[in-house]
Design a protein around this ligand. Structure first.
Ligand SMILES: Cc1cc2nc3c(=O)[nH]c(=O)nc-3n(C[C@H](O)[C@H](O)[C@H](O)COP(=O)(O)OP(=O)(O)OC[C@H]3O[C@@H](n4cnc5c(N)ncnc54)[C@H](O)[C@@H]3O)c2cc1C
Length: 388
């Protein structure tokens, strides 16, 4: 096997594979090698994601990325099909709903203005309209909600498989090896060294290693403020079915829930210690999440937890958004990590953007420069009022 390429991607999850696909689809003619340490993707974040898709962001760049991805996901099965392999991603456009207290509604009013300026059909709801969507909802402590009907949830694993298979079909070579370090010299990236000792050379290396990306970058003296942050999800059933299919619903407490088939999944966004940790306990659901759910929807008073799992956010500790672009002072080294819990929905836009940046030297479809690496040194942060 040749140990050189025109471009190396580290990490073949949804981001790395979207980048590989878009480059080749858009006309990149060089040789691409994707290094992926685990062909089963057992601990990758993508298959462990909640699959939530929303446009209810408050920065133009995040909204535009979601708007782009929305169009892609609506047509994904059709456009990515390879013969009979159609990659049904089960995109349920059942809406995305933030429930709000009186204070939160003041913020939502500002959010709606930004969202409308950027083409999102979000709406402020009163209690009556909340009950039309979720008739069983307890609304005593709520003042209303912020809702986007076009959004919802989908199956991240199938999206990832679609990108992997298309990237392979277009010529990307996937090698199931772990990258141990980055090789560089004279302010230029030179390639990677694998943990098996082999070197692979390339003038362009894109770090899409998810929750493991920042430690690789840091070891090469290119630190970024991103840590692996554990997040847990629980699958449960309840005795009495709900009248309507649920939107992805975010409670004011940070707990969220949605249908998963006829059952439900739920999780909670709360402060955790950054570390690589895949443990989960049933008691976390019972003690922390269940009381919130049962208080919100009486049907959830009687639930049976079937299973849970933990996954890792690649969590940007400074402004909680992706870090995308060439690392200053290291020609050819690009980052695409720090997604902080919204990378699944941004994957199509990120792939498209990086493809443009590398092939033409500039963004054409969406300007991703607000997400550049330099923003930390320049104190030009991407402050998102709606990241959980
Ligand atoms: C519990 C949970 C819920 C989430 N919910 C949502 C949601 O509702 N909506 C949303 O948009 N996003 C959500 N996310 C976030 C989303 O899953 C991630 O942003 C996205 O999957 C990141 O994709 P990735 O390709 O960067 O990472 P990954 O899928 O982790 O892929 C990175 C790959 O790199 C490989 N790798 C790592 N190091 C190396 C190395 N040294 N050499 C070779 N390969 C390497 C790994 O094996 C892995 O396969 C959630 C995440 C979690 C954990």
């Amino acid at each position: 096997m040749a140990n050189s390429a025109d471009l190396i991607i580290i990490g073949g999850g949804i981001i790395g594979s979207s980048v590989a696909y878009h480059l080749l689809h858009d006309g990149f003619t060089g040789k691409i090698i994707v290094f992926e340490k685990d062909s089963t993707y057992e601990f990758a974040s993508t298959p462990r994601s909640a699959g939530g898709f929303r446009q209810l962001f408050t920065t133009a760049v995040n909204i535009q990325m979601s708007r782009f991805s929305l169009q892609v996901y609506k047509q994904f099965a059709k456009n990515m099909a390879i013969g009979d392999d159609t990659f049904e991603i089960d995109f349920k456009q059942r809406g995305y709903l933030f429930l709000g207290t009186e204070t939160m509604m003041q913020h939502f009013k500002e959010h709606v203005k930004i969202q409308h300026q950027n083409g999102v059909s979000s709406e402020l709801l009163g209690k009556k309209e909340l009950l039309e969507i979720i008739p069983e909802l307890h609304t005593d402590d709520l003042a209303g909600g912020l809702y986007c009907a076009e959004s919802g949830y989908l199956d991240p694993y199938s999206v990832m498989q679609g990108y992997i298979k298309q990237a392979k079909k277009l010529g990307a070579e996937y090698r199931y090896e772990e990258v141990g370090s980055l090789l560089s010299g004279q302010n230029r990236i030179k390639g990677v060294r694998l943990t098996n000792g082999e070197e692979c050379l390339a003038p362009v290396v894109i770090n899409c290693a998810g929750a493991w990306a920042s430690s690789l970058s840091k070891r090469a003296n290119m630190p970024l403020p991103v840590e692996p942050l554990p997040r847990r999800i629980f699958l449960f059933d309840c005795e009495k079915p709900l009248k309507n299919a649920l939107p992805l619903t975010m409670d004011p407490t940070g707990a969220y829930f949605r249908h998963e088939g006829k059952k439900f999944i739920a999780g909670i966004a709360e402060d955790m210690e950054p570390k690589i940790d895949f443990t989960w306990k049933r008691s976390e659901f019972i003690d922390r999440i269940w009381p919130i759910l049962a208080g919100r929807i009486p049907n959830f008073e009687k639930v049976k937890v079937e299973r849970g799992w933990a996954g890792l956010y690649d969590y940007n500790t400074v402004d909680h958004n992706a870090i995308i672009g060439e690392y200053p002072g290291m020609k050819g080294y690009f980052t695409a990590f720090g997604f902080s819990g919204h990378g699944m929905q941004q994957a199509p836009a990120v792939g498209k953007g990086i493809s443009e940046l590398i092939r033409t030297g500039r963004y054409e479809t969406i300007d991703l420069t607000p997400l550049r690496v330099e923003r930390f040194a320049e104190n030009d942060l991407v402050v998102e009022d709606a990241v959980y």
